[in-house]
Ligand binder design. Structure first.
Ligand SMILES: Cc1ncc(C[n+]2csc(CCOP(=O)(O)OP(=O)(O)O)c2C)c(N)n1
Length: 337
């Protein structure tokens, strides 16, 4: 089965979905735009030397983040990768605390010791983002097993890339998750490339969902740049998980931002890559739908965009004013008590 994100120019809004209130549709747009505006500030701050190390924008994948998280209850849990600022923001982590963390400031969500790739705020169910490719997938399985044991009714979402789906841990976690029917939804963001290696050169089959089916796991493939398609597919998985039906797999086909990270290009031509993700950008595509369904006009959406961008500019300025951690705090919070 071949699915690829539809170019914005060619996207034709279908009928307005009856089951979603207008406010909820607008909220999906708002969440995507919050992620976009946050990431644009991050890229600029990185270029000005304000963010040490590296950072991996999730621009172009906002439809996956907003669609998937819209299917959750507030007490559900999320595990993400280093390309996970979107999940973190939408799950409810304070944007100033996030930005301060990226800048290594003492007021960051991990007191400046985690950085862009290691964000965690368990109080809102954002367990962690992780720099180790696939390293968090078994952890998500463990968290889901814990929810099952404790009968909390919580569901775990685990986001990861196509590259991660070639790691052994991915297969081990899928096997055990399916064997024990834990409440977990695997969300593969298949953006077609791992740093500089296209999936066509690293994967024996085009669809990663087939691997889940090999374990007997229900699996679907969606256009990851269609926020409503992602929401519906993840909502089915969440319902299955919450009602004892075990794990599900959602493969979201998308296109990566123009570079692997703000620091390194990966192998592809950034200009060509930029044209590729912009052509299928989930935000203008959803705008077309909101207009067609008379939910908002272009002028209203432009005003909303500007309000969000203004907020994120203020977020960044506040983070920039935060102090660096005191040198003597270097060993604090490093080991569990
Ligand atoms: C275990 C491990 N191996 C290698 C790396 C180096 N590395 C960082 S990102 C990356 C590519 C991962 O690609 P994918 O899972 O498709 O995610 P994407 O970056 O496309 O979102 C690699 C190989 C790592 N961080 N961890």
């Amino acid at each position: 089965m071949t699915i690829a994100p539809i170019p914005v120019d060619e996207a034709v809004p279908g009928p307005r979905p009856d089951s979603i209130a207008s406010d909820d549709l607008l909220a999906l747009y708002r969440e995507m735009m919050r992620v976009r505006a946050f990431e644009d500030e991050v890229i600029d701050a990185f270029a000005r030397g304000l963010i040490p190390g590296s950072t991996h924008p999730c621009i172009g994948a906002e439809g996956i983040k907003a669609g998937a998280l819209a299917a959750l209850r507030p007490d559900d849990l999320v595990f993400a990768t280093y390309r996970g600022h979107g999940e973190v923001l939408i799950k409810g982590v304070d944007p100033v605390g996030m930005m301060a963390e990226l800048m290594g400031r003492a007021t960051g969500v991990c007191k400046g010791k985690g950085g862009s790739m290691h964000l965690s705020e368990p109080s809102v169910g954002l367990i962690s983002t992780n720099a180790i490719v696939a390293g968090h997938i078994p952890m998500a399985g463990g968290a889901a097993l814990s929810c099952q044991f404790r009968k909390t009714g919580q569901v775990v979402l685990c986001f990861f890339g196509d590259g991660a789906s070639c790691e052994g841990e991915f297969f081990e976690a899928m096997n055990m998750a399916m064997l024990w029917k834990v409440p977990l939804v695997f969300i593969c963001e298949n953006n077609g490339v791992a740093i500089s290696v296209p999936t066509s050169k690293s994967q024996a089959t085009p669809d990663i969902a087939d691997r889940a089916r090999g374990f007997g796991m229900p699996a679907v493939i969606v256009d990851g740049n269609d926020v409503l398609a992602v929401r519906d597919a993840v909502a089915d998985g969440v319902t299955r998980a919450r009602t004892g039906g075990g794990p599900s797999f959602v493969e979201c086909k998308t296109v990566r931002w123009e570079r692997h990270s703000a620091f390194s290009a990966g192998g592809s031509d950034p200009v060509e890559q930029r044209l590729a993700w912009q052509r299928v950008d989930p935000i203008p595509r959803f705008r077309k739908s909101l207009r067609a369904w008379d939910i908002a006009t272009d002028a209203q959406l432009d005003a909303l965009d500007e309000e969000i961008r203004e907020t994120m500019r203020a977020v960044r300025e506040e983070a920039e004013r935060a102090p660096l951690p005191a040198p003597e705090s270097v060993y604090d919070d490093v080991y569990a008590p």
